[in-house]
Design a protein around this ligand. Structure first.
Ligand SMILES: [Fe+2]
Ligand SMILES: [Fe+2]
Length: 147
């Protein structure tokens, strides 16, 4: 695939994906009309907010081909090195707390709590990964195993 074809393909995928994000927003709004349960409403809010963020990131990828260059240079990451390293530790502490909570909940039937803490655990792991991938990029490595 030529560079131009690859760009066009990615732009097309991102635009289709943005339509899906819009469908997500509609679904969460529909669910929120159908329930007063605070836990279920919170889940829908979380998905709605994430969907808005996904849309922004997809737009950034589109813009990277159509407008300004999107880049992260190693030296730009380098400037944040200390802050990011400290932050990784904090995210890891979050992951440990989530694991500790899940471990404590294991013998119980507190399903709603398990469900919510599992969500938090996944998110905290994601934050850690976002930061550690930055470090790999800074060191000139491929974070995605060549993919
Ligand atoms: Fe999404
Ligand atoms: Fe976090």
């Amino acid at each position: 695939m030529s560079t131009k074809e690859l760009q066009e393909k990615l732009i097309d995928i991102m635009k289709r994906w943005q339509k899906i994000e819009d469908a997500t927003a509609a679904q969460t709004a529909r669910a929120m009309e159908q329930t007063d349960n605070p836990t279920l409403r919170t889940v829908m809010e979380v998905i709605q907010r994430d969907s808005q963020t996904h849309r922004r990131v997809q737009q950034m990828i589109i813009d990277s081909f159509e407008k300004e260059a999107v880049h992260i240079r190693p030296e730009e990451i380098g400037k944040l090195s200390e802050t990011v390293a400290k932050h990784v530790e904090i995210e890891r502490e979050s992951v440990r707390l989530a694991q500790e909570a899940l471990e404590a909940l294991r013998p119980s039937k507190l399903l709603a709590q398990k469900y919510l803490i599992n969500y938090l655990l996944t998110d905290e792991e994601k934050h850690e990964r976002l930061l550690t991938d930055l470090d790999l990029i800074k060191r000139g490595m491929q974070p995605y195993g060549g993919f």
